[in-house]
Design a binder for this molecule. Sequence first.
Ligand code: AQP
Length: 347
Amino acid sequence: MSEPVQTPQTQFKPRIFSGIQPSGGLTLGNYLGALKRFVEKQDEGIETIYCLVDLHAITVWQDPEKLRQQTREGAAAFIAAGIDPARSVLFNQSQVTAHAELAWIFNCVARMGWMGRMTQWKDKAGKNAEAASLGLFAYPALMAADILAYHATMVPVGEDQKQHLELTRDIAIKFNNDFKVDFFPVVEPLIEGAATRVMSLRDGTKKMSKSDPSDQSRINLTDTADQIASKIRKAKTDPEPLPDTVEGLKDRPDARNLVNIYAALAGHTVEQVIADFAGAQFGTFKPALADLAVAKLAPITTEMNRLMKDPAEIDRILGQGGERAEAIARPIVDQVYDIVGMIRSRR
Ligand code: AQP
């Protein structure tokens, strides 16, 4: 047996990767839990790579024409929210084949038991796991490939992705151990801020999600000011006024959710919001939240609508981003083939 390929890499430069599925229109949850923080990281000057993960989206059925539309709309949302395609690499996943190639290798590194324990798999496959796609089961291996194909060291995500990132770390460690190399970084999840888990407006115990059948459960980045105000007005709450301490929100998931959303949109702490609204009825708090949400989201929606008028320009930006992404990922994935023992004599 030949000696495993040794790589000298023990240090990895700070690099951020994250993505959003174009599996529907983006929500306030995606914005506060991910997109807003993607922009902050870009503006801190760290190298940032952001992706519309269309290969992930097809792990559940997507109408092809809608998928294209949602991918462009997602890209428009990134740019409208402040991602600058000149400073961040912005592309859609399927344009860079390194993702799918590395995912296959990771399918052979990761264990069935690891995947079977993922709560997202259990939630999305539901009671009828036999009918779920193989891709949905293997989803976390593709996510690990997305990140590790760039040797990314940090991944800003919402709370729901924490378990998948732990699995990414496990895959990196197992690969490094199996092949006796120090090749993949062990990534850091960045789960920060007041809204790492924005909940449904209809049920404060359930995550706000773009694929929830009820449109009333979420605020979409494409909603009009009237739609936002109406959804917040109708959001589920309890009959009590807002408490005067943060502890008073315990066991009040719907109230806590609205306070968290307010804090994240305003850039305040939850304590500050409670101090400002202690004792207020929802009849007072909801209109204040609606005004704030409209003030923060309307400029993004307006810019998205403007960008969507020129789909060819969005495709051009995604293509250019794909080329930049490919230039980083290709040599890394080529090295993986060498480490694993594949003959690559066509190069
Ligand atoms: N409700 C949320 N609160 C905070 N963060 C959230 N994220 C998603 N929902 C919330 C974060 O957004 C990023 C992109 O998520 P995704 O599109 O890849 O998939 P997801 O987490 O499964 O989001 P959805 O909206 O629920 O999509 P569907 O319905 O298609 O499954 C991630 O960083 C995620 O944490």
